[in-house]
Structures are given as C-alpha cells and as structure tokens.
Design a binder for this molecule. Structure first.
Ligand code: EPU
Length: 418
C-alpha cells in the first residue's frame, strides 16, 4: 500500500506534459474483443489497475492477453468461458461490460451482480432491461446474473435515462443480434463513440455515432481489428486543474480539446487563460470568479471532474455552487477537503463552496478515483504537508499521476504506507 506526501503552496506548476489513453474508452473496447475470435492490438493503453483488472477478467474468460509498453495484445479464443466471478466484479464495476458480449457470442453469461460503491447506488437495471428486449432471459441468483439467449434479435430500446455503461453493453450485444436495433436516448460520450468506431472497424454496421440515437444492423460477420485509444479527457482536465490551483502555466499535449468543451469554458469563466491547439491545451493565469456547475451527461459538465473542480473552487474567493445530477452520493471527498480548511456545505445533491480560505495540509484518505485526484489537487495549494492514503484508488484510473506532476515541479512523493 502506498500514500502520497505532498508539499504544496509555493510550487507553481510549469512545463509540458502528455496525457495517457482513455481508461473509460479502453475498458469497453477490451470487452468488445470477446465478440470475435482472433488477434487484436490496442495501443495507447494506460498502465492502470482497472485496465489490468479487465485484462485478468479476459484471461479468465479464455483470452490470452499481453500488456507491454502501453500496447495490449489480445487473442480471443474460438471457445470462451462465460463466467465473470465476484472477486473481479467487486474490484471493478466495469466488469459488467462483458455481459453483453458474452450473451451475444456464447448465448449465455454468468456475471456477478455489482454491489454498491462509493458514488452511491449504481443500479444496472438499464443493462438488464435492454438485454431482455433483445431476447435474453435474465435471472438473479446467489448474487449472480444468469443471462441466456438462444439468439438475440434486434429491437427498439428507449433508455429512460442516459447511461454510458448500458449504452455500451447493448451496443456490443446488438452487433451480433439478428436484424435492426435502435437505441434511443443513448449516451454520446466520446468513449461511446470510440467503442462504436471500434465495432465498425470489426465489421459492425452502426449509424448515428455521436448522436443520442444509434441504429445497428446486426448479425454481420465480425472480425478482429486494431485500435489506438483516444486521449483521456478526465486526466486532461485533472492536469489542467492541478496547474490552475497553483496559478502555474502548463501545456497538456496529446489530448483532444473538443472533448472538453464545457470544462474549458468553466476554467475561462473562473478567469484562467486557456489556449487550444489541435491536440494540446495551455492554461495560465489566475482564477478570481466563483462559478456554478451542474453535472449532466455529455456534452454537459462531466461528473468525473466534479470533485477536482470543487478543490479548485475552494481556493477561489466567493460562493460557488456545484449540482451533482449523475450520481446520488458523489461527495464523500468533501469531509476530507474540510480537513484542509475548505468551507463546503452539502445539501442533498448540491454543494455550496465559500472559497478563498488558505488551505493547510493534513492527513487525508481517498475514497474513489476522482476523489483521490481532487485531494491531490487540493494538496498542491495547501500550506505545509498533506499525506493522502489509499492512493490505490487513484492508481485505478491514473498512470503515475505523481510522476507527471513532479515533472511539472510539484513536490509530491509516493511512499510506503504501513
Ligand atoms: N443508472 C441506472 N441504471 C443503470 C445504469 C445506470 O439507474 O442500469 C444510473 C446510474 O446510477 C447513474 C446514471 O445512471 O446515476 C449514469 O450512470 P452511467 O451508467 O452512465 O455510469 P457508468 O457507466 O456506471 C461511466 C464511467 C464513470 C462515469 C459515468 C458517468 C466507466 C467505466 N465508468 O460509469 O466513470 O462517472 O459513466 O459519466 O466508463 C470514473 O472513471 O471514475 C467513473 C466513475
């Protein structure tokens, strides 16, 4: 187990850094390799715990997986297993991504039912109802989802709520279903577009990519394909916020600025100067304006940057408001920010931040990937030393974030935590 020791305040971040490939694009794309036997190469893959957990799951399901130098080589067998065990699903909810591909390819799947998590209730009813509409028989027994279908058939699926995971699962199942599937109110996050593009490379017929209505002409003969992952927009935002809170000036390279539209707008609204090139973003200047943020499905403000923004806003004089509209309880981090001296009040799904207090270092504990990132960002602006334990949460989603920050001048060290 590791913890971080961070000495903040005086250090302005400065320099150039580079963003890794997207975790949330990589995970469903890895699951999609279950759809057709053969050899796949995925490049620009971040070396993070969640990607390694998905690799382990694919191995259990019968694939051969090699992961070296950000390149994943996956050989999917012609005969695959169909059970995703509790041990893996409890470590990573995105294990549910194998459900759609397994039912579509094997006619059955047994996947541990994901439990609660640090973001509040996270049901999977939309995944299951969608699969049922395609002709799957679903039963829950002893903590497992048992799903069976002789053959999947296309249908119209109207999601009552936008869901990234359910859209991905149904998309992956429908490419092997007979006939046409129409997915309405589909998620249109860049990671969903990346998955759809990959499936098209595998031979799937999908229209409407990038919109909230996807039409799939299923039952095509799929074949393996190679792909390079899109840049991680949440890591990009995290790095920009780290620089912003120190009033530094950095350039983040190899990113996709158009995936961060509203995030960059909000940084400009606070007062930072944000300059965009084809594949890089430079941030500089000082923030002085408090703002209001409301998280919602893409292209609205991403919930995954909600906590990191709260850290920045704690240092901006005045009253900022954040409404969290995606998850029921994604505020576990605020009691940690309060330990640094932040003035944040929680009321249902809204936090009100009276920013501008000088934060002072304290021992903190991370509770999920983005909460961990938020604590690191806050520590960079805190006087004295902050220790953050349970950084394995951070390691699930960020590849050696501390090295990137140290290269930009941060005083941050990873040390053993006994
Ligand atoms: N929901 C349901 N029923 C379902 C599915 C979702 O009610 O069957 C609800 C959820 O409880 C939530 C909302 O719908 O209130 C949206 O959830 P969604 O399904 O979109 O989230 P997800 O697929 O579980 C992905 C990312 C999350 C990110 C969310 C929202 C991956 C592996 N995870 O989760 O990323 O916050 O979309 O954008 O892509 C992270 O990277 O730290 C992370 C949590």
């Amino acid at each position: 187990m590791y913890k971080f020791k961070i000495r903040g305040k005086a250090k302005k971040l400065k320099g150039i850094t580079s963003v890794s490939g997207s975790k949330n694009a990589g995970l469903p794309i890895m699951a999609a390799t279950l759809l057709a036997a053969g050899n796949y190469t995925i490049n620009n893959v971040p070396n993070i715990i969640d990607i390694r957990t998905m690799a382990e799951l694919l191995s259990i399901l019968g694939s051969k997986v090699e992961f070296k130098n950000h390149e994943l080589k996956i050989h999917t067998d012609s005969c695959i297993c169909y059970e995703a065990p509790y041990d893996l699903v409890k470590r990573m909810r995105a294990s549910i991504y194998v459900l759609g591909p397994l039912v579509a390819r094997c006619g059955k799947a047994r996947v541990s039912f994901p439990g609660g998590c640090a973001l509040g209730a996270r049901p999977i009813n939309l995944h299951l109802e969608g699969l049922q509409k395609l002709g799957t028989n679903v039963e829950i027994e002893h903590g497992y989802i048992n799903a069976e279908a002789k053959k999947l058939h296309g249908n119209e699926i109207i999601f009552e709520q936008r869901s990234v995971g359910a859209t991905a699962n149904i998309l992956m199942a429908s490419v092997l279903a007979d006939g046409t599937t129409i997915i309405r109110n589909a998620a249109c996050e860049p990671e969903i577009n990346a998955l759809a593009d990959f499936l098209i490379k595998m031979g799937a017929k999908i229209e409407g990519v990038g919109t909230d209505c996807l039409t799939v002409n299923g039952g095509q003969n799929l074949h393996p394909a190679d792909v390079s992952l899109i840049p991680d927009r949440i890591e990009t935002g995290t790095l920009l916020l780290a620089a912003a809170i120190t009033k530094g000036e950095i350039t983040v390279k190899n990113c996709c600025p158009s995936d961060l539209g509203i995030v960059l707008e909000k940084l400009r609204e606070i007062g930072f100067s944000v300059n965009v090139n084809n594949d890089s973003i430079t941030i500089s200047g000082k923030g002085k304006n408090p703002i209001e943020i409301s998280t919602n499905p893409y292209p609205a403000f991403p919930t995954d940057l909600q906590a990191p923004f709260a850290s920045l806003l704690s240092t901006i004089k005045g009253k900022s408001i954040i409404d969290e509209n995606i998850f029921s309880d994604r505020f576990m981090y605020i009691s940690e920010l309060q330990r640094l001296g932040a003035d944040i009040k929680l009321d249902k799904n809204r936090i009100v931040i009276h920013g501008g207090n000088q934060l002072t270092g304290a021992p903190l504990m991370a509770s999920d990937i983005r909460a961990a990132a938020a604590l690191v960002i806050a520590a960079l602006a805190s006087e004295g030393e902050t220790e953050i334990s349970r950084v394995y949460h951070l390691d699930r989603g960020y590849e050696r974030l501390e090295n990137k920050l140290a290269q930009l001048g941060a005083d941050i060290k990873r040390v053993e935590d006994n």
